[in-house]
Design a protein around this ligand. Sequence first.
Ligand code: NI
Length: 227
Amino acid sequence: MLLPIPGLLHAEEVSSLRALLDAAMWEDGSATTGPQARLVKNNRQLPEDSEAAREGGRVILGALAANPLFIAAALPNRIYPPMFNSYAGGQTYGLHVDNAMRLRAGTDWRVRCDLSMTVFLEDPDAYDGGELVIETRFGAQTVKLAAGDAVLYPSSSLHMVQPVTRGRRVASFLWVQSMVRDDASRANLFELDQAIQTLAGQVGQGDQAIVRLTGVYHNLLRQWAEA
Ligand code: NI
C-alpha cells in the first residue's frame, strides 16, 4: 500500500524545522550506506547522532503520534529515529531496496523495516526533479508532495529519487516496524478501519452492526499483531 499523508506537519512546523536543518552541518550520504546502495546513492544527510537530527526527529515523531491516518495505516510497533537528507546540483539516489533491518549504532536496538516514509520539507515549486519513484504491482508511482506532506510505502518496494536539477530537495525519511508484518493483512485492516469510521459517521458509533464490525477489526488485529 502506498499512502500519502497530507499535512503531517503544519506550515509553522516545516519552517522551524527548516531553520534548524539549514543551520546544521551535513555529511556525505554514503556514510550510512552499504556497498551496493553506495554505488547509486549521491546525496547529503544529517549525521544520525547530531543534535539537529535528534531535535528534528522529535518533531516528526510527535506529529506521527498525533496523526490518526498514520496510526491506522502503519499500526506502528517501533519507529527508527527519523533521518534527514538533501539533494541539489544533480544529486540522485538510484534504484534500490531499503535494508530489512536497522540497528541503532552502539546499541542492540533493532527495527525491522516494514514501511518506509518520506516527509517532504521543501516547496515542490522550489526545485526541479527529486521525484520519489516507487515500483508497485501496478507500475511505477511518482511522488512529489507539498512541504509537510508525507508518503508511506512498503519497504520491500524498489524505489529511487530522480536527479534534482534546480534548487534543493530537503526531506526526512524513516522506517517503521509494524505490529502487522504482512503488507496485505495490514492493508485489509486499514480498509476495514476506514470503512467502519465512514459508516459510524453515518449511523452512529452505537449502531449494533458497527459494534460487531469493530469487534471483527480488533479480533483480526489480535490474531495478527505482534507487540
Ligand atoms: Ni530508500
